[in-house]
Design a protein around this ligand. Structure first.
Ligand SMILES: C[S@@+](CC[C@H](N)C(=O)[O-])C[C@H]1O[C@@H](n2cnc3c(N)ncnc32)[C@H](O)[C@@H]1O
Length: 278
């Protein structure tokens, strides 16, 4: 007697076909993302686009490239803040900066940079610690709209009180208002903070090693990946870091179950900052 085929719920079959269609037509690969979160987001998208089923959504996605651009914003979570999780930035300021100072030149990669809030925080911190002039920042993401916003450095003014408080809690050495100008409901951050920043499209799912860098911050991105994809991304980080380079993850992420755990030491355990072994 042959083995019985595994039965899948219709919804799961449709989702798999939709993700397969997206990969083939648009080369964005969400097949290795954590299923529960992808399902939640696709459900929102299906309702938003007034589709009864994922098959209907698939038909529209394949025939309407504009709809795919909008769907991308459902599939990629864009939540971020300036100096998000201030204790992480205190750890960088107090424990990493003394090491980083010993390098004549530095490269920092912010992977999954969203609209640039995290990179902007590092640029401000590096200016305050007088490391800015020797540093090049790379911000990468797969969401083109987010990358455009990161390049512009303009944020809603109503987010500024949160950013200001975070900056203060992160040990900010001056007032955040020194770094932006308020205009028409927006806070326009000083262009000079992005003078040493390059933003580009790079996917942790399908692209290759990025550059030789001393610090990688990839926070709140791996939580959306399944284990295999997390291992792929951490493998890229391992290859991209110089000897004794640093990797900072988000508060809900860790290398504990990673295939690459042996390549790193804990550097600041509480803040999920790791150092590549020599
Ligand atoms: C929740 S945001 C994190 C933003 C920022 N790192 C932070 O912690 O505040 C997640 C970001 O990961 C990006 N992302 C999702 N999949 C990605 C991939 N395969 N490669 C690179 N970035 C990805 C999303 O577009 C989004 O901007």
């Amino acid at each position: 007697m042959g083995t019985l085929p595994v039965r899948h719920e219709t919804e799961d079959i449709e989702i798999r076909l939709l993700l397969e269609g997206i990969v083939q037509k648009y080369h964005y690969d969400f097949r290795g993302y954590a299923m529960a979160s992808i399902k939640r987001r696709l459900r929102q998208a299906r309702d938003h686009f007034d589709c009864r089923t994922y098959s209907q959504l698939q038909e529209r996605v394949l025939h309407e490239p504009k709809l795919f651009a909008a769907l991308l914003s459902f599939l990629t979570v864009q939540v971020s803040e300036l100096f998000r999780d201030p204790a992480y930035f205190i750890a960088i300021r107090e424990l990493l900066v003394p090491h980083l100072r010993t390098y004549p030149s530095l490269k920092v990669w912010v992977a999954g940079c969203s609209a640039g809030e995290e990179l902007m925080s590092l640029a401000i911190l590096f200016r305050e610690e007088e490391l800015e002039d020797r540093t090049l920042f790379y911000g990468t993401d797969i969401n083109p709209q987010a990358l455009q916003r990161a390049e512009a450095g303009i944020y809603d003014l109503d987010r500024i009180s949160l950013f200001t408080e975070n900056h203060r809690l992160a040990g900010g050495k001056s007032s955040l208002s020194n770094y932006y100008t308020a205009a028409y409901g927006s806070a326009v951050f000083d262009k000079s903070l992005r003078r040493r920043a390059v933003f580009s499209d790079h996917s942790l799912v399908s692209d290759q090693v990025f550059a030789e860098v001393q610090l990688i911050c990839c926070r709140n991105v791996l939580i959306y990946f399944d284990r295999g994809l997390q291992d792929r991304a951490v493998g890229l980080f391992k290859e991209s870091l110089t000897r004794k380079g640093f990797l900072g993850l988000g508060s809900k992420e860790s290398l504990r179950f990673s295939a690459h755990v042996d390549a790193f030491d804990d550097f600041v355990h509480s803040e999920r900052i790791y150092q590549k072994r020599g």
